[in-house]
Design a protein around this ligand. Sequence first.
Ligand SMILES: Cc1cc2nc3c(=O)[nH]c(=O)nc-3n(C[C@H](O)[C@H](O)[C@H](O)COP(=O)(O)O)c2cc1C
Length: 354
Amino acid sequence: MNSFQIVGPMIRLLDAEKAHTFTLWCLKKGLAPSQKQIDDPVLKTSFWGREFSNPLGLAAGFDKNAEVVRPMLALGFGFTEVGSITPLAQPGNPKPRIFRLTEDKAVINRMGFNNEGMESAAKNLADTRRDRLNGVLGVNLGKNKDTAVALDDYKQGAKQLCRYADYMVINVSSPNTPGLRALQDRKELEVLIKGVQLTLREEMGEKAPPLVLKIAPDITEQDKEDIAAVALELSLDGLTITNTTIERPSHLRSVHRSEGGGLSGAPLFETSTKVLFDMYRLTEGKIPLIGVGGISSGEQAYKKIKAGASLIQLYSALVYYGPPLVTQILEDLSCFLKQDGYNSVSEAIGADHR
Ligand SMILES: Cc1cc2nc3c(=O)[nH]c(=O)nc-3n(C[C@H](O)[C@H](O)[C@H](O)COP(=O)(O)O)c2cc1C
């Protein structure tokens, strides 16, 4: 029995947000296990001029204020993404705003970008960056609820935080900020991406971090085509696919299934993998994709890679399976890759399209 099998059920007695706050506290106090092993060389991958010792990352939303980068990398993740960070601190939506759908191995959240703002994040990131990091660090940007011109917020976030980021994400896909997902429309997207690219170039020139766009699963075929066209036209560096869904599949069993917000975890796997598959096809495999949504096993991680993901992320499964899941997924993923005769994870990317 691992320690999570003892502590996990106790943490789950707390309501979901208290459990999260307690978990962050433990991580900050150094009470989490260090599980980082030397990764199997088959898992090593590199692009954007960055080396990833393995392709599995922690998705945005867990470490909104960039407080636990090192402890999360120590769990074995190859990379971690902090945020979403907005220019100004904001409290987010009234509580309760996270729900465990235990029977469905899912989560619904309507946090609403609660975070301490970019100045606080910059301080934490500067501390984190003082020594070399054992992994890659992404910084995910959001907009404040009351900001009228979204571009201003993304530009401010990019300007203030780019020097700490190995890659940056513009998140236009959270369902919990009114109007945010409308930024996925073609015209809006073009303006947004061009604007942030310009800011990054002005700040850091050639050394600017790669820019990634995070999209929702609830998009039409036309949206997919538009996003792919804009991504190719503007030489976007990556797409993260996907955020949480506003759909509620009819098979959900939990009493919380009708709560408002974004659904993540197991019920999101099929939908998000389909969007990933489609976006790989539409972008002709030319843009690195980060596959996220419902991963809780090595087999699912492998499916995302074969559908077109260069990197993968998870969040909700950690709620149910805890830290041991990270090393379990990596071990199983290496086995699947070797069984199929791959020498490296990059050879398997998009295999389902060939
Ligand atoms: C409680 C919670 C908060 C989240 N907050 C953010 C966020 O601030 N920014 C973001 O881009 N995604 C956020 N996400 C979405 C995750 O990054 C991820 O895209 C989604 O949960 C699907 O992955 P999963 O099924 O492995 O959880 C959040 C997810 C959860 C469960």
